[in-house]
Design a binder for this molecule. Sequence first.
Ligand SMILES: Nc1ncnc2c1ncn2[C@@H]1O[C@H](COP(=O)(O)OP(=O)(O)OP(=O)(O)O)[C@@H](O)[C@H]1O
Length: 202
Amino acid sequence: MRLDLAGKSFAGRPVLGALRLAVGRGQRLAILGPSGIGKSTLLRILAGLDGDFQGRLEGRERLAVVFQEPTLLPWRRAVANITLPTGCDQAQARALMAEAGLTGHENKFPRQLSLGQQRRLSLARAFAARPDILLMDEPFASLDPGTAGRMMDLTARLLDRSGAGLVLVTHDAAEAARLGAAPVRLAGSPAVLAANGVSGLG
Ligand SMILES: Nc1ncnc2c1ncn2[C@@H]1O[C@H](COP(=O)(O)OP(=O)(O)OP(=O)(O)O)[C@@H](O)[C@H]1O
């Protein structure tokens, strides 16, 4: 997919300036920058969740988005949280849950899972949708270092196996490095790609 952004404003206030990003299957990109710079805004544009911008978004890839908050269906059990939105079958959902270390939790409701478990369920759901590109917005924030590290390793494993591309929003360059994602840094107001950043891949 390819974004050629001319600008993005909220209520007349420019947040993002002109920038270009491209990512495809097998490629990994991390959008870095300080709080409030516009990382989530850029990810929402890439995800097709915000069409109110100047520029062009192109690409036919299948996308899946993982937010910091797991956005699970509260009244559905864990397995159904995977099968219902993605259309995958029970066996696939259970296999993905096993890979995410969630064996034994299949019939629990989201509120009966820890935050780390809810995040892993949300990650399993994203891969059940068989995305070409996975878009992640601060998915490892507010987890203890061990839990965050295990979730990064799980993400890397699932990306390796599926061949999906990645766009990761983070303020932590170490996360980008651990996932092998090429760093792209936002800076300025309105934010553009910093001079030392690469403008994407492919
Ligand atoms: N829906 C909205 N309406 C108005 N302003 C918004 C909206 N969403 C974001 N903004 C503003 O756009 C700017 C960029 O916000 P964004 O959430 O993209 O930053 P961020 O880099 O992801 O920050 P953080 O790392 O803290 O999540 C901020 O000034 C924010 O207040």
